[in-house]
Design a protein around this ligand. Structure first.
Ligand SMILES: Cc1cc2nc3c(=O)[nH]c(=O)nc-3n(C[C@H](O)[C@H](O)[C@H](O)COP(=O)(O)O)c2cc1C
Length: 328
């Protein structure tokens, strides 16, 4: 283990490298989370990928069989008409003895308070400085600040990481990791330089051997460049960044019509279709979540290779480009 890359975040969580795998619907299963934790990062299971809280308990057990290192669980709070039984998922997480949780989404207060009461460390992922500060006031242990580049929900402010990360670092006091657009050692060093204590990655981990998704989906990420995303649901104020494919193109086209409403696209954006894409490799089956970092992804390594490469590249940059010689 190297000292160069130890930060307040690695100390807080008890991991070797400041690299987190963010929660990912249908992707954040035991195979991937365990591989990330075994490689010295923080792997994260995605609670809502499991159809019931009991199945989440079993997935946590399965992950424990694959790693003896710390791993977390993501709980995403979605704005939906029929919410999943969040309190029961939360109970399953706490009762399973999970020590770190990534929360994301709307109104996380009751979840954060309950996790904290039970000694679970909370990393809250959000997309603005004001939400980071509000989560900090709720008592979270760390912030994951997600820039406009990210896959998933970048919020409505459109602030890229180059501005958002230092703007947040100026105000957030708890350890903070930078998210959105990270995929290599250059990004990790940049995040540290901008004031973060580590990085969170989603899309990059999808293009790994252990990601439990169809090879066609991994290949799409490798083949796409940095322009390979669509922003959808903008006019619904629930912006999402997804990979460019026939379905997301269609959603953009339909919602561009002045009278269009969510109901006009609901049938093609269902989560079940996205799951079908990832399972069958039919790239026109539904939405695929992916960020602009696709432009930096050129291969499908194992998670261990990827993390080793990011760490080595970061150390080399720090030593050779930013070391004492560079300082003159
Ligand atoms: C396939 C996929 C599914 C995702 N699902 C979720 C989710 O369910 N909950 C969540 O909080 N974030 C989700 N995200 C966002 C990631 O956790 C992470 O914040 C984001 O991918 C960071 O940006 P990057 O893709 O540029 O690394 C997802 C991302 C991807 C690529």
């Amino acid at each position: 283990m190297t000292k160069t890359l130890q930060t307040r975040f690695t100390e807080l969580i008890g991991i070797a490298y400041p690299i987190v795998q963010g929660g990912m619907q249908w992707v954040g299963r035991a195979e991937l989370a365990a591989a990330v934790s075994n490689a010295g990062g923080l792997g994260v299971l995605t609670a809502l990928t499991q159809p019931t809280p009991d199945e989440l308990r079993r997935e946590i057990d399965r992950c424990r069989e694959m790693t003896d290192k710390p791993f977390g669980v993501n709980l995403t709070i979605l704005p939906t008409m029929t919410p999943p039984p969040y309190a029961q998922y939360r109970k399953a997480i706490i009762e399973s003895g999970i020590k770190v949780v990534e929360t994301a989404g709307h109104n996380p207060r009751e979840h954060i308070e309950d996790f904290k009461e039970h000694g679970v460390k909370v990393i809250h992922k959000c997309t603005s400085v004001r939400h980071a500060l509000s989560a900090e006031r709720m008592g979270v242990d760390a912030i994951s600040i997600d820039g406009f580049e990210c896959a998933g929900h970048p919020g409505e402010d459109d602030i890229p990481g180059l501005i958002l990360i230092p703007a947040a670092a100026d105000k957030v006091k708890v350890p903070m990791i930078a998210s959105g657009g990270f995929g290599d050692g250059r990004g990790l060093v940049a995040a540290l330089a901008l004031g973060a204590d580590g990085i969170n990655m989603g899309t990059r981990f999808c293009a790994t051997v252990e990601a439990p998704i169809h090879p066609n989906a991994k290949r799409l990420i490798v083949e796409n460049d940095e322009r390979g995303t669509n922003l959808i649901f903008r006019k619904l104020h629930n912006t999402a960044r997804v990979g460019k494919n026939s379905v997301s193109d269609k959603v953009v086209e339909i919602l561009a019509r002045p009278e269009a409403r969510f109901e006009d696209v609901a049938h093609i954006v269902r989560g079940a279709h996205g799951r079908q894409l990832l399972e069958t490799g039919d790239l026109d089956a539904g939405l695929i979540w992916a960020g602009q970092v696709q432009g930096l992804i050129h291969d499908i390594p194992t998670v261990a290779e990827l993390i080793r490469r990011i760490v080595t590249e970061a150390q080399t940059i720090i030593r050779e480009r930013l070391g004492p010689k560079a300082a003159g």
